[in-house]
Ligand binder design. Structure first.
Ligand SMILES: Cc1cc2nc3c(=O)[nH]c(=O)nc-3n(C[C@H](O)[C@H](O)[C@H](O)COP(=O)(O)OP(=O)(O)OC[C@H]3O[C@@H](n4cnc5c(N)ncnc54)[C@H](O)[C@@H]3O)c2cc1C
Length: 471
C-alpha cells in the first residue's frame, strides 16, 4: 500500500450522507489484491472509490475499508489512429478528453462533470446527453481488467466472459475492482458542436420534441423549471447539438486544440468562477430558486424564439456543471440529494409529471431538473430503459430531511409502478423493496448469486449495497 490506513469521515458527493471508514490508497493494481487478502484475514469489508462523484452512499463503507483508486493514473496506451485508449481506474474523464481531442477523438459517453474516474464510470455504467443513440459507456468498452475478491486479476471481454462483461458495468464495485479499461473514443469532425435551442411549454411537449429531434441529433438535453405548475408544468429549455464539421464551423480544425476547449474563467465575463458558489449561496432557497428558474426559462425562451444557433466547444457543452467549481457548496451544510428516475416512454410524461406535482405540493420543490432520452441496455441491473429520465436536485436541511426521504419513497412507488428504475449513482434514499419492484426478484437474485460465487466471504460491501439489499 502506498499510504497508511486513515480513519476518515467520507461523504457522498452531495454531502447529505456520510460514514467513517478506513481509507486506503491503491498505488498499484497489486495493492488491490493485497487489501482484499488483508480484509479477508481480518473479517472486514472493502468498498471502492474513484473521485467520489456518486451523489449518495455508493462509495461509502461504514466501519470497513474504502479503497481509493484515484492514484491509478496511467494511460498505458492510446492509438491516435483508431481512438482506442487503455486507461487505469483513476484516469478521469477530463484526462481522457484532453488526451483525445487534439487528435480528433472525444469520449463516446461523458457525465455532466469531467471529474469521475474510469473505474467509477464503468462501475456505474454512466450515460450522457447522447444516451438515446450511444447508450451507456460499457457499449464502448472493448475490455477491462478486474481484480476479483479472491485476488485473481482477470481481463474480461464480451467474448472471453460474456456474463462478467455484462454484470460489472452497473455493479457499483460489488463484484470486484476494475483496474483498467480499454475504451473506443469517438471520432469528431471538429472541436465544436452546433447547438440550437427549443422552449417546449409542457412536459408532454418536451417529450414530443425529444422524439421528433433525436433522429438528427448527436446530443439532446432538457432543463425544466421546477416551479412551473398547471398547464405549464414541465416547461423548459432543450439544447440540441450536432458535431460541427468544416462546413458548419470554419474553425473546426483549430478548435481541436486544448486551449480552445477550456471553459471561461469568469461567469458572464465578470464573476471569477471560483467565487460563483458564494455568489449563488443567498439564492439557494425556494424564493431565490423560483426566481432563477423563471429567469432561465425567460432567457431560454427568448433564444428559442430567435431561432438561436451557436457553436460551442465540446467541453463547454458537456461539462457546464464544472463551469462553477464547488457549486454544491451553495446548497449549505445539509448538502443536496438527486433523485433520477428512468421511466418507459409510454408512461414517462404521466409519471414524471406526478413526481414534480408531488414535490411541489409537499413544499419541497426541486431546484434543478434535467431531462434525457435513453435506450434499452443489455447490462445486469441497468438503470436505462427505452424511455426518459428526470433528474431532480433537492436541498437537504435538518428541518426537511425526514420529509424529503419520505417523499423519495413515494417517488419510488410511482416510478416502479410505471415500470421504471432508479440510478444507484445518484441514490441515497431507496429501499430493497424499491429495487425488487424496479428490476424484479429474478434479476436481483441473479446479481446476488453471481456475488456469492465471486465473493463467497462477503469482502465487498458498500453502504449503498447494504441499504439496498444487494450484499
Ligand atoms: C455534477 C455531476 C454530474 C453527473 N452527471 C452524470 C451524468 O450525466 N450521467 C451519469 O451517468 N452519471 C453522472 N454523474 C454520476 C457519476 O458519473 C457517477 O457517480 C460515477 O460513478 C462517478 O465516478 P467516480 O470516479 O467519482 O466514482 P465514485 O463516486 O468514487 O464511486 C462510484 C461507484 O463506483 C465504484 N467504483 C469506483 N471505482 C471503482 C473501481 N476502480 N472498480 C470498481 N468499482 C469502482 C464505487 O464503489 C461506487 O459504487 C454525475 C455526478 C456529478 C457529481
Amino acid at each position: 500500500m502506498s499510504e497508511p490506513v486513515r480513519r476518515t469521515r467520507l461523504f457522498g458527493w452531495g454531502g447529505a450522507v456520510s460514514s467513517d471508514a478506513d481509507l486506503v490508497v491503491a498505488g498499484t493494481p497489486a495493492d488491490v489484491a493485497a487489501l482484499f487478502g488483508r480484509a479477508h484475514a481480518e473479517g472486514r469489508t472493502v468498498a471502492m472509490r474513484g473521485a467520489g462523484c456518486a451523489y449518495g452512499d455508493a462509495a461509502l463503507n461504514a466501519g470497513g475499508y474504502v479503497l481509493d483508486c484515484s492514484a491509478l493514473q496511467a494511460i498505458s496506451s492510446f492509438d491516435a489512429a483508431n481512438g482506442l485508449v487503455t486507461a487505469e481506474a483513476g484516469v478521469t474523464v477530463r484526462d481522457l478528453w484532453q488526451r483525445g481531442i487534439p487528435h480528433g477523438w472525444w469520449p463516446p459517453v461523458v457525465s455532466g462533470t469531467a471529474m469521475p474516474t474510469v473505474g467509477g464510470i464503468l462501475a456505474a455504467n454512466i450515460h450522457g446527453k447522447n444516451a438515446f443513440h450511444a447508450g451507456t459507456i460499457a457499449n464502448h468498452v472493448d475490455a477491462f481488467t478486474i481484480v476479483l475478491p479472491s485476488g485473481e486479476s482477470r481481463r474480461v471481454t464480451r467474448e472471453s466472459d460474456a456474463e462478467l462483461f455484462h454484470a460489472v458495468p452497473g455493479s457499483f464495485g460489488l463484484l470486484g475492482c476494475v483496474v483498467d479499461a480499454t475504451i473506443r473514443l469517438r471520432k469528431v469532425p471538429g472541436g465544436r458542436l452546433s447547438v440550437s435551442v427549443f422552449a417546449p411549454r409542457s412536459l408532454g411537449e418536451m417529450a414530443d420534441l425529444f422524439e421528433r429531434e433525436r433522429e438528427g441529433s448527436d446530443y439532446l438535453v432538457g432543463w425544466i423549471d421546477g416551479f412551473a405548475r398547471g398547464e405549464s408544468l414541465g416547461r423548459g429549455i432543450v439544447h440540441k447539438a450536432t458535431y460541427a464539421d468544416g462546413t458548419a464551423d470554419p474553425a473546426a480544425a483549430a478548435t481541436l486544440s486544448l486551449a480552445r476547449q477550456d471553459l471561461p474563467s469568469r461567469v458572464m465575463g465578470i464573476v471569477p468562477k471560483r467565487w460563483m458558489w458564494a455568489f449563488l449561496r443567498p439564492f439557494v432557497n425556494d424564493v431565490g430558486m423560483r426566481a432563477i428558474n423563471r429567469a432561465k426559462d425567460i432567457a431560454g425562451s427568448r433564444e428559442a424564439r430567435r431561432g438561436a444557433r451557436y457553436l460551442q466547444s465540446h467541453a463547454a457543452f458537456a461539462f457546464l456543471l464544472d463551469y462553477v467549481p464547488g457549486w454544491k457548496r451553495s446548497y449549505g451544510r445539509g448538502g443536496l440529494i438527486q433523485y433520477q428516475s428512468f421511466v418507459p416512454a409510454a408512461e414517462a410524461v404521466r409519471a414524471h409529471g406526478e413526481l414534480i406535482r408531488l414535490a411541489q405540493s409537499a413544499g419541497l420543490p426541486p431546484y434543478l431538473l434535467v431531462y434525457k432520452r435513453h435506450r434499452p441496455e443489455p447490462f445486469l441491473l441497468t438503470h436505462a430503459v427505452d424511455g426518459f429520465s428526470l433528474a431532480m436536485d433537492f436541498r437537504v436541511t435538518a428541518a426537511n430531511r425526514e420529509r424529503l426521504w419520505a417523499l423519495c419513497r413515494r417517488f419510488d412507488e410511482i416510478v416502479t409502478g410505471a415500470g421504471g428504475r432508479i440510478y444507484f449513482a445518484k441514490d441515497a434514499t431507496a429501499t430493497p423493496a424499491a429495487v425488487r419492484a424496479a428490476w424484479g426478484d429474478a434479476e436481483v437474485e441473479r446479481f446476488r448469486s453471481l456475488r456469492r460465487r465471486l465473493d463467497p466471504h462477503g469482502i465487498l460491501r458498500s453502504d449503498l449495497g447494504a441499504r439496498l439489499g444487494l450484499v
